[in-house]
Write a protein that binds this ligand. Structure first.
Ligand code: GCU
Length: 338
């Protein structure tokens, strides 16, 4: 009920915002995400705003809303579905509840390296059917954004082996795959929205969480959690989704410009990513006193690999995608292109 009232409130505010803009005839395009203004995702989206307005500025006014201003990712996917907003960045993790094809990228240790991850996500033939799978839900994916590698971080107890997770409450994203993954790791999964994690760490509601390095600095979790363990369990992309009716309402020329804009977001975001992560590590160590730990990854991997078989058995349509991902990985190892 609270969630529904929140949603009504946001829709009401958006209506008022729309009403205020009525003097001008421009169509406002609202894009929501949950990261801070210094985050590569915000930088990529601002490049999109500038690009679209430079090409189609007489018709469209692009507005980027960071920091969960329009709601959590789950809320804003719903708002994008109904068309109350036009675009939202959602972690792949939560999209599996809209189409279970998205389970594929939630599998732990699916990719061998960032190179493998990028090659798969850039493979149009493989990605296209996944990105259009949610058309029945009123939205589609238009591009992906790098969200690095997810690792455990904790407040009191450093994680050196999976045994250290026993009895710890670890925040996971709101996804059945992630809950099951934590179960296999041996910790107690505590699903919640990203915006609630800082306070939950601070108040001891959870003992730790798992995410990329920017959660430590850009989202300030390192003010509370002082141990970051490179167990490297997932590379879960962020996905920019758009309202289908809006996208289908664009003329062919406009759609081409938007597509160029979507490619630009991905390019700018990824260029900013590597540098941001490097800076983040230095900041976490020097200014926040966060300790980085390098445990034996194989110990973690063996705990959760059974999830691959479980998911493929329950959702057989994932098998050809999974096989293709493995094949791309083999080719990269051999030094060839896919
Ligand atoms: C990363 C990711 C976000 C996601 C967050 C989370 O920061 O980029 O899209 O919401 O993890 O753990 O919820």
């Amino acid at each position: 009920m609270k969630k529904f009232l929140n949603l009504l409130l946001i829709i009401g505010c958006l209506f008022l915002l729309g009403a205020c803009g009525k003097g001008e005839s421009k169509r406002i395009i609202r894009i929501s995400h949950n990261q801070a203004q210094d985050h590569p995702t915000n930088i990529g989206l601002l490049a999109f705003e500038e690009f679209i307005e430079s090409k189609l500025g007489d018709k469209y006014d692009v507005q980027v809303f960071p920091n969960e201003l329009l709601g959590s990712q789950v809320n804003t996917v719903e708002l994008t579905q109904t068309g109350a907003i036009d675009f939202a960045v959602a972690s792949n993790a939560i999209l599996e509840s809209f189409d279970n094809i998205y389970q594929i990228f939630n599998l732990p240790y699916l990719f061998d390296s960032p190179e493998h991850y990028h090659a798969v996500m850039d493979n149009a033939e493989l990605i296209e059917p996944i990105f259009t799978s949610t058309e029945k839900s009123g939205f589609e994916a238009v591009t992906w954004l790098d969200a690095g590698t997810r690792n455990f971080y904790t407040v009191k107890k450093p994680i050196n082996t999976p045994d250290d997770l026993k009895g710890l409450k670890i925040r996971v994203q709101q996804s059945a795959s992630n809950i099951r993954m934590m179960e296999l790791f041996g910790g107690a999964a505590t699903p919640m929205g990203f915006g609630e994690v800082y306070t939950a760490l601070q108040q001891g509601v959870i003992d730790g969480a798992e995410n990329n390095e920017l959660a430590i600095t850009s989202n300030k979790h390192g003010e509370v959690a002082k141990f970051y363990s490179y167990n490297m369990h997932q590379m879960v992309p962020d996905i920019l989704i758009g309202n289908l009716k809006f996208l289908n309402g664009l003329s062919a020329e406009e759609r081409e410009i938007f597509n160029e804009g979507f490619r630009l977001i991905s390019k700018v975001q990824r260029e900013a990513w590597t540098e941001s992560v490097e800076k983040s590590k230095v900041q976490a160590q020097n200014e926040m006193n966060v300790q980085f730990i390098y445990p034996e990854v194989a110990l973690f991997k063996e705990k959760v690999l059974p999830l691959h078989g479980e998911v493929l058995e329950a959702t057989p349509k994932l098998k050809p995608i999974y096989d293709k991902i493995q094949e791309i990985g083999r080719q990269i190892k051999k030094g060839g292109n896919n």
